[in-house]
Design a protein around this ligand. Structure first.
Ligand code: GLY
Length: 334
């Protein structure tokens, strides 16, 4: 067996062994449902709300929307919601998407300004239009027409000031730090075995106006195959988008991998293809499958994610993948 494969299997089995008490991560015939998995410790409050919605008889889509709304409203959060980091012109532009496993439906909004709940706008795009994605002013106008809460945004003055600064080269686009990537991606496996998920973020602080990240791109920031499972991403969106990474994770689960192995496998594969060092990719994934199993993995030291069932709501540490785990160029490409 090539050493890289041995390393991968070793990482996987360590990670698979690191399960939280009371949570179903095995191949148990009676999976724990409902199951909610989301990115980062702040996802826990969203998970708890999603579970509350389900317990009261709400749908899996209601659970995703109302769960994510909790994080969008958190004024301390600097990377999700209207209090997120502004772009280079000083304007907060948000991205969000939602996906419903049954019927394979999706909706998203990108670079939307002044809408308190972009996740709700994404859901309405899915449910009320023949489209999948609306962007910028069109997305904002649609959300306002739908009666969603908004704030006045006069970004024209900010954009003008930015253009002047840029012309005088006083302001460059802010470099993104590896820690600045706290998208919420939230996945729900319902009691009936159906799956839904969503993402929301204000994206890269200091990004160029109009920049869209991975979060609203179906297959990149989120993907659901109702026969298999779901995956969501957080991290440097550009490095997720170039690899259709959430689709890749779900596809690995379709091939029979445990969600955690699928997340690890995707990072290994991306690391082999991508010219960036594994640690510099700064990408992280959560996943769950139809059987009620879940997992996560991130580059470097990994990241924290939240897992909620009726009996437990916990924050867990994912395994990490570093350049040392990847092995030499041209090795066993997973
Ligand atoms: N992952 C969120 C973003 O890069 O915008």
């Amino acid at each position: 067996m090539p050493s890289t494969r041995r390393q991968f299997l070793a990482t996987s089995s360590i990670a698979l062994g690191a399960t939280a008490p009371g949570l179903c991560t095995s191949d148990a015939p009676n999976p724990t449902r409902p199951l909610i998995v989301s990115t980062w410790p702040f996802g826990k409050a969203s998970n708890d709300e999603a579970l509350r919605v389900l317990t009261k008889g709400g749908s899996i889509l209601d659970a995703v929307e109302h769960g994510i709304k909790v994080t969008e409203l958190d004024t301390k959060n600097r990377s999700v919601g209207i209090s997120g980091s502004p772009n280079a012109a000083g304007v907060v532009q948000q991205d969000a998407c939602i996906m419903h496993g049954p019927g394979h439906q999706a909706g998203s909004v990108a670079a939307i300004e002044g809408i308190i709940h972009p996740i709700s706008a994404a859901r309405r795009v899915m449910e009320k239009t023949p489209h999948v994605m609306l962007v910028g002013d069109g997305a904002r106008m649609f959300a306002i027409e739908e009666g969603l809460k908004s704030i006045d945004v006069d970004s024209s003055k900010l954009h003008e000031a930015w253009r002047k600064e840029r012309a005088s080269k006083k302001q460059a686009v802010q470099k993104r730090s590896k820690g600045d990537h706290d998208t919420i991606a939230l996945l729900v496996l319902g009691s009936d075995g159906n799956i839904a998920g969503g993402c929301s973020t204000s994206g890269w602080g200091g990004k160029l106006p109009g920049r869209v990240g991975d979060s609203p791109i179906i297959g990149s920031g989120l993907y659901i195959d109702n026969e298999v499972g779901a995956a969501g991403a957080t991290g440097l969106g550009e490095n997720v988008m170039r690899h259709c990474a959430s689709f890749m994770v779900v596809d690995f689960m379709r091939q029979g991998l445990h969600p955690q192995e699928a997340c690890l496998r995707a990072i290994h594969r991306i690391s082999r293809i991508d010219p960036l060092a594994t640690e510099d990719l700064a990408i992280n994934f959560v996943a769950l499958d139809k059987k009620g199993r879940y997992g996560a993995a991130g580059t470097g030291t990994g990241f924290k994610y939240s897992v909620t069932t009726k009996s437990s709501s916990v924050v867990l540490q994912s395994p990490g993948v570093t350049s040392k785990d990847i092995g030499p160029e041209g090795g066993n490409r997973k």
